[in-house]
Design a protein around this ligand. Sequence first.
Ligand code: ATP
Length: 947
Amino acid sequence: MSPEPARQARIALHEGGPPTGVTTTAPPDRRNTSVSTIPAGAVPEVLAVLGSSPRGLTSAEAATRLHRHGPNELPRIGRGQVCRRLIAQFTDLFAVVLLVASAITFVAYWLGRPRDPATLQLALAILGVVLLNASIGFSQEYSAERTAESLQAMVPHTCRVLRDGEHCKLSARDLVPGDVVILEAGDAVPADCRLVEVQDAAVNNAALTGESDPVVRVAAPVPSGPPLQARNCVFMGTDLVAGTAKGVVFATGTVTEFGRIFRLTAAAPRQQTPLQRQVTIMARRVAGLALATGAALFAIRVPSGQPFVDTFVFSLGVMVALVPEGLPATLSVSLAIGVRRMARRHALVKQLLAVEALGSTSVICTDKTGTLTQAEMTVVQVWAQGASHAVSGVGYAPVGQITDAGPVRELLRAAALCSNARLVPPTGRNSWRVLGDTTEGALLVAARKAGLDPTQEEAETPRVAEHPFDSARKLMSTVHRDSDSRFLAYAKGAPLELLARCDAIDHNGRKTPLADAARTEVAAAADGMAGQGLRVLAVARRRVAGPRPSLEDVESQLTLLGLVGMYDPPRPEVRDAVDACRRAGIRIIMVTGDHPLTAEAVARRVGIVRDSAPAVVTGTQMDALDDSGLDTLLAGSSQLLLCRVSPEHKLRVVTALQRRGEVVAVTGDGANDAPALKHADIGVAMGASGTDVAREAAVMVLLDDSFASITTAVGLGRSVYRNIRKFLIYLFSHNIAELVPILAATFAGFPLVPITAVQILAIDLGSDVLPALALGAEPMEPDVMNNPPRPRQERLFSPAVMGRVLFLGGIQALGVCAVFFWHIHASGIPYADFTKRDPVYREAITMVQAGIVVSQFFNALAVRTDRQSVFRTGLLTNPWLLVAGCFGIGLMAAISYAPPLQAVFHTAPLAPADWAVLTALGAVLLVAEELRKWALRRRRTSPKGES
Ligand code: ATP
């Protein structure tokens, strides 16, 4: 390519260029100026102005342009947003309450005569809490943001282009102006392109215009007007929903229309998930309760003659003690950990919201091909002219034989010509591969086994038109020019659909009318193959008058050539996953475009259908049902197979299931699966074989396409929810242990507090946050998939959870009250004579603080399981929890023994016997909880117990 046109293209793209077409504005960018122009004129002119050719760019030119224009990507999150997020950490309700508390304490210290250093320490400590929380919250949010970004980057985003005249697959990032992009129905458009060739193409511009009806595209010049109305262009971020097209790229990255909108919308705030909202509301209530308790204590203690400032500072301390400072941060960490774990198990979750919904999934509507099976098709049987022909060999290597190949050669030739896939010979360590649809790949392999060369056949009988495969029509057809310049159409598709469009059958090259008997014979042959679990395709042909016949002309009055049956082995891991779903009370509904008999055979192989006969309903039967009929159907058989359905049926099923209160996960790969994927609670797209449209519509992308990964993700979702409950119980139970001794001392008339505000803060930060984080990262419990799904309306703070908080908190509170008053009474000093400096008082409050720290250590172990004994789960299965707990105890020891810390906290060194007593108290908590779990297990297993 000459450098001159390339330079012209640059001018046209980045310097405004001559006014040859529609001008669009775009924001300034590091590498681009603000204007991109849609090149006008006929295709050759457009290619010339962009410095390209029908063979695309050369690799060398593409590399130069990539260097010059930069990669085809959108900007990352800007600094402004990061700053805003940081500031938001200090405007959150907890932070504001604590900041106000800290400010008041500073003022109290300033006004106090003499100034009490303890008050200053408290003010600083509260400020420290705010800073610490803000930094944890910020780093978590930031890393969650980064995780989401990197996850998005992992979602395959490639495109097909012509480079050096060859088809190749490229990362969309490497696309440059002048590249010729090849698009098929279901592909997302990777950059702004002017179309140079189209075949029944239509796009969905919803991402840009909000209008989701498909709009037809052309390659011819169009009058100038607003850019998005240029019918000969496709734009980044939109999807080709029908047909095929080739387009030459004229804008990449931020210069595209999508880039402009992306910049406008990138700053949109992120939504809180319902769970986060529940926790925030609850946290607000607790903060309100804390304020009220602080005020009440102040009101009780001031009239009893306590010094005003002391009482005020004390009440503030109580308030601070009750605020669950670490909660929001711990919650985001727990969800983010869930997302990361799922990613490691091949399930990319695009929204934190999905993690929760996954945990309560009650129905999975699954595709068959590729999800339950390996999508590695091998043609094993061909039927033509009343006879079956076995095909040997497995996989895509064209090695194998067809018994008596002669009569089926024309059938396989037609099937190969009517295919878009390409067979790629082995390279390096790769064996034979298929580029494109594996069903079509298998047909190419079979054609080769019959001694045909599909590439040569294509060259001799070139394709002039195509009506692409569509899962609603279940057919595909192509038109070819033969050596006599006459036109022949080939069609292939689901046997019943194709048979209905045939009026003749081929007999040794002769067209014979298709009598009813012959029709029945063909249908029986198709059923026979489907009954063995084979995917069956029928193949037909007809002569047509011209190169561009309408769909109706091509797909009618066809002559049937025969049937092809292909085997797709089930995925080995699916059987266990199906069993896990059964144990977990999750219903599996197979939703397939395939033949009922094929579907049933596969469903039996993977264990979805067991002994009894399943309910098999076809799309046509579904059409005859009204909504209440569909509801009755879904409420009926637990083994339901929906066959020969189109994506519209899928959407109807999802909606009906949701009406019944189910939480629905649905899989999809095609462009027209998008509505069902969007509507479902969990839309699951196929990462390896799915279209970009499906991946964009889904909240979860399966990297390996396997059903087993959905089950794993559901298990992990359930586990995240359980972990959140664990740390909530853990955090709130210790609040009770902090508050009760204070109330007890107040009501017993003891003049001082059994635990100071600074000590409480040390507990919250030493023994609270880290174990709570470790609980949020608990590994998945083995029984997580042994219970039915959590009801949709179940609240996080169920009566059972509140009961456990009171039980565990109550035991801790009793323990620390006992050690405190035992110390005080053992000294024999009257209450009124106690002062802050009294060694016995210092020892007693040290015991209270250490008592809470030690019992929290045991509490963290206790909350790990709901019913199972922790000793069965294994004490070492979450080492981080032990590390976090030991850190808390170590910190407590330092507070007790290190003189500088003793001065800050008013503590005293504890004797070994004291630690022994506290450990015994902690052990009592663990034993009591073990007994409760044992009683629960007994009640659940005894026939009279509640279930
Ligand atoms: P599942 O994934 O659950 O097996 P499906 O969603 O793949 O089913 P479709 O892809 O819609 O089902 O295919 C429906 C029917 O259309 C298939 O049973 C097959 O007979 C036929 N078919 C599939 N692929 C093609 C193709 N490329 N060309 C022509 N016909 C096809």
